[in-house]
Write a protein that binds this ligand. Structure first.
Ligand code: BV8
Ligand code: ZN
Length: 251
């Protein structure tokens, strides 16, 4: 039974370049809380206190423990069918780029190779002051805030906090591919955090066919050409199956 609109299958079958942007929603079915859903992280914690430089400076211990808690959750999580479907997409199109706002590296664990991490990752750490990468193994049971062996400052997770610049290469590459792709997917993101949230609009402006995959409506929904209002872990595997059938039928 067709769940995917023909026009999307047709656009994909003619696409040279396909881009997928993901947010926390793509990891929801892996048991990792999103930020803005009713039971999300921001419902309990204040993002500016915990995911910001000022938050870390005013209470490094609390921020460190919050990331230790989130690392525990990420370590115990598994990629879900949505991550695997996106990894499969990488092989189906001449050019494919995955841009993620997520820091959990589940895309890589599902097999995605070409991943632009706009907001860093929660696995790695570096020195808050001299930026030296911190290579020692982190003991998830320890509340101890590690100290930089070079300069004695605190170690922090290698995520991008609010008020921090995004990594230059990843952001410019993300803009480049969004400006020139044929089909753009915005998957599991509320499209509220900038500059990442600019990308779907960039794609639309460049004339791409834009798809939103989100069970809820977002501020971007009215701009999308197609809205697949189902969980990504459910609808993306269906998209792959129906697309493969569609191109077989076209040959
Ligand atoms: C920057 C990493 C230049 C850390 C994150 C005032 C002061 C300072 C800055 C600003 C300011 N006003 C505006 C800004 C800019 C700010 C910003 O955009 N703020 C917003 C809140 C307005 N941006 C920044 O600060 C960025 N840097 O601009 O630098 C600068 C420098 C100095 C001063 C000004 C500007 C840095 C942004 C990066 C912040 N880091 N995370 C960590 O993870 O701990 S942000 C965080 O939000 C995550 O990265 C997350 O990815 C991102 C976006 O959230 P989403 O992924 O979309 O998740 P969300 O919960 O919102 O939505 C989930 C969606 O999934 C929902 O729609 C839901 O319906 C859907 N869903 C649920 N289940 C499913 C599903 N979808 C599919 N399937 C399902 N099963
Ligand atoms: Zn240091």
């Amino acid at each position: 039974m067709e769940k995917i609109p023909k026009i999307l299958l047709e656009s994909l079958s003619n696409a040279e370049s396909v881009v997928v942007l993901t947010g926390a929603g793509v990891s929801a079915e892996s048991g990792i809380k999103t930020f803005r859903d009713p039971d999300g992280l921001w419902a309990k914690f204040n993002p500016m206190e915990l995911a910001s430089v000022n938050g870390f400076m005013s209470n490094p211990q609390r921020v460190w423990e919050w990331y230790q808690f989130r690392r525990e959750v990420v370590n115990n999580a598994q990629p879900n069918p949505g991550h695997y479907a996106i990894a499969e997409m990488e092989k189906l199109f001449p050019q494919f780029t995955l841009i993620t706002q997520n820091v959990d590296r589940l895309h890589q664990r599902a097999g995605s190779k070409n991943v632009l991490e706009l907001h860093g990752n929660i696995i790695e750490n570096h020195c808050f002051k001299c930026k030296e990468p911190y290579k020692k193994e982190i003991d998830l049971n320890s509340k101890e805030l590690p100290i930089c062996p070079l300069c004695g400052a605190y170690i922090r997770p290698s995520v991008v906090w609010f008020g921090e610049m995004l990594p230059e290469y990843e952001l410019s590459k993300a803009y480049e591919v969004s400006d020139s792709c044929d089909v753009f997917f915005s998957v599991g993101t509320s499209a509220e955090v900038y500059p990442a949230a600019n990308l779907p609009y960039q794609a639309k402006r460049n004339g791409a066919f834009v798809v939103e995959v989100n069970p809820n409506r977002t501020s971007f929904s009215h701009i999308a050409d197609v809205c697949l209002t189902e969980p990504s872990g459910v609808i993306l595997p269906i998209l792959i199956t129906e697309y493969k059938e569609y191109i077989k039928g076209k040959k």
